[in-house]
Ligand binder design. Structure first.
Ligand code: WTA
Length: 661
């Protein structure tokens, strides 16, 4: 862990700036009364049970909570099925004709799926998985682009009690292998390819490479998306369109225990090995349904909701698939890049569908700012009534731009803080209640108890900064790290004791006691809202034959929040050649995925080290961000460090004068 939180937000001078929710929004909002927060705080278990009561249970729970720190079980003894809650109960209540997803492919092809159609497709896909031998408790990896079959596959797993592990389609074959092996997934669902910025991405090829490197997978279901020719291995690979449409749509949802695992989703930790964050059925669905309803103020009969994330990340799991469907809302689902074929793709879609809610990430907002306000201005965005952001701290400037140019000055903005581990939104304004402050997530969601503490775990006073903790279990919390409960204890519950969840984020309380998030305090970078561990990138680099040693740091970046900077020393027999830097960047993309490709690679004579040989990471961040180095004479190699800093400064100068890639 680092030495302390380092503010990523340069200035909190905007603390006094507040934006009240518009009166007509308040008049109709689910939450208008601060009493909700008070009530949930006093009786947080009762509040949790009340939210769970909005779901359809197949058997009632006996106890709301069993809490043996750091392990929680919620709604103990209760039974339910997630697919039943997201689909069947709405169809049975007469809403089968309502559109669940308006899907749009990047090339412009489109499909609308009603709740009845989605229910039937999920049931057929579930029967197909059963026909392939997938059973309750089995793990199934899903490696798909943003096509309707992605939520279908997840819900089909949920319907039969199989555990899904979705791997973002931008991850490499090797990342897929690591996740398949860690979870022991015998099933894989993938596609021939996908579209990204007008290009065809050969996904099956990557899946084939992965399956060649592991013998864990014995069955693979392949969705035809691009129509490009792919290899199909007899006995193992099956086309979705051959197998699924011929199945029966009769597939009774499996009654699952509240504490049965619903899914595993891998996220970067502070070591090279990603953590399989494990979520269960009853508590997770309760929390995502409640947060989706109250934070996005969902009105299923009127709203057209759009979370523009990828389902490969937790945001898509909770707020494209489970939260919105549990609330029977109509959503947009979009396959491609936000700026393809033109920078106004999102705005054109919002206008055409009369979308009412948009949820996206600060990096996306900053890139819209760069493209210019004329793009949203060219479209009628008056249908929007609420905006959200997630994934990284939002700088007040981007917040104000979003408010003005997308929200027309009238839409409340919810800046939602949460993590893969928390399953659902934990800190957020409530849109009909909170007077929002640009750049602050501000308040706990009802029932949640965030506490900012100092190094000793003592709560800090308003005006002070420290570490963000959550000091009470919540229904949607992770239950463990798949296959490694000790790591679960060590990572989250050891820093401040067994009853205090340590989030790994720095935070500050302002004078009003509102919470401002300040970025990660561990060795995890946040690039465009995606968590990437420095160690993971370092392992990928040293895996290259020319590399002796590598150290990686995140530097502040105006667009992506952070950018990855790598410092590399070469092996004795390696030649410093002109194309090596590009080759190393490509190597990282190949090992992990393009999202982890370093923005800069500096070949260094040596890395800054203490006399005991430990790499000084904080110094690397200083070098990466071009700060003056303090006293380096106590290091093992001060001259090499000064030289490294000089080289990095020169490159930064050429970058800012526009000579970068
Ligand atoms: C960061 C994404 C500031 C934070 C849902 C957290 C945020 C990590 C915010 C989790 C926000 C997420 N303000 N920082 N509103 N939302 N973060 O697991 O550092 O991909 O720990 O979950 O993103 O990333 P993850």
């Amino acid at each position: 862990m680092g030495t302390g939180p380092e503010p990523a937000i340069a200035s909190l001078a905007t603390e006094d700036e507040r934006v009240a929710p518009p009166e007509d929004f308040v008049a109709d909002a689910h939450v208008r009364d601060a009493d909700v927060l008070r009530r949930a705080d006093e009786d947080w278990q009762g509040w949790g049970a009340e939210q769970a009561g909005n779901l359809r249970w197949l058997a009632p729970w006996q106890r709301v909570l069993d809490w043996t720190p750091p392990h929680a079980q919620w709604f103990v003894g209760g039974q339910l099925n997630v697919a039943d809650n997201c689909l069947d109960r709405h169809v049975e209540a007469g809403h089968g004709e309502q559109v669940a997803f308006h899907w749009e492919g990047e090339p412009g092809d489109a499909r609308a799926l009603t709740y009845a159609e989605l229910r039937d497709e999920v049931a057929r896909c579930a029967n197909a998985l059963r026909a392939l031998g997938v059973r309750r408790g089995d793990r199934v990896n899903i490696y798909l682009p943003m096509v309707p079959e992605l939520p279908v596959a997840m819900l089909a797993c949920a319907r039969i009690g199989a555990i899904h592990s979705v791997v973002f389609a931008g991850f490499s074959a090797q990342s897929l292998v690591d996740r398949i092996e860690d979870a022991g997934s015998r099933g894989l669902i993938t596609a021939d390819g996908s579209y990204r910025k007008g290009r065809v991405v050969p996904l099956k090829e990557a899946a084939d490479e992965a399956m060649a490197r592991t013998d864990v997978v014995d069955t693979c279901l392949v969705v035809r998306r691009t129509g490009e020719p792919v290899a199909m291995q007899e006995g193992r690979d099956h086309w979705y369109h051959d197998l699924v449409p011929t199945q029966s749509a009769d597939c009774p949802p499996e009654p699952m225990d509240a504490e049965d695992v619903l899914f595993i989703l891998y996220t970067s930790g502070t070591t090279g090995k990603p953590k399989g964050i494990t979520h269960t059925t009853g508590g997770y669905l309760t929390q995502v349904a409640a947060t989706a309803r109250l934070v996005f103020d969902l009105k299923p009969d009127h709203d057209v909701y759009w979370c523009a994330a990828d389902i490969g990340w937790v945001t898509g799991h909770s707020y494209i698939v489970y939260g919105p469907l549990a609330n029977r809302v109509t959503s947009l689902l979009y396959e491609g890049a936000p700026d393809h074929p033109a920078p106004d793709r999102l705005w054109e879609m919002i206008a055409r569908h009369r979308a009412t809610i948009l949820y996206t990430a600060p990096t996306a907002i900053r890139s819209f700012m760069r493209a210019g306000p004329e793009h949203p201005a060219a479209h009628d965005l008056s249908s929007l009534r609420l905006l959200g952001t997630v994934g990284e701290p939002i700088n007040p400037e981007a917040w104000r731009w979003y408010h003005r140019h997308i929200g027309g000055g009238r839409c409340p903005i919810v800046d939602t803080w949460w993590q893969t581990e928390t399953g659902a939104i934990m800190i957020t304004p409530l849109p009909g209640l909170t007077h929002t402050k640009p750049g602050a997530a501000q308040q706990p969601f009802p029932g949640i108890k965030p506490v900012v503490v100092d190094n000793e775990g003592t709560p800090v006073e308003p005006g002070q900064g420290g570490y963000l903790t959550l000091q009470r279990p919540w229904p949607g919390m992770l239950r463990t790290i798949w296959g490694d409960d000790q790591r679960y204890r060590d990572t989250y519950w050891s820093r401040f004791g067994e009853e205090v969840y340590f989030a790994g984020d720095g935070a500050k309380l302002d004078a009003d006691g509102d919470i401002w998030l300040l970025g990660r305090v561990d060795e995890v970078m946040n690039v465009s809202g995606h968590r990437i561990s420095t160690t993971e990138v370092e392992s990928a680099l040293v895996d290259h034959p020319s590399v002796a040693e590598a150290a990686v740091a995140g530097r502040a970046d105006a667009l992506t929040g952070q950018a990855i900077v790598a410092f590399v020393t070469l092996a004795h027999d390696a030649q410093e050649r002109s194309d090596l830097v590009d080759e190393l960047r490509a190597h990282v993309a190949d090992r992990i995925g393009k999202l982890a490709r370093p923005a800069e690679v500096h070949l260094a004579p040596d890395l800054p080290k203490t006399r005991s040989g430990k790499i000084m990471r904080r110094l690397l961040t200083d070098i990466a961000e071009g700060r003056e180095l303090g006293d380096v004479t106590t290091l093992a190699n001060p001259d090499a460090v000064r030289e490294l800093a000089e080289r990095a400064r020169q490159e930064a100068t050429s970058r800012s004068s526009g000579n970068s890639e």
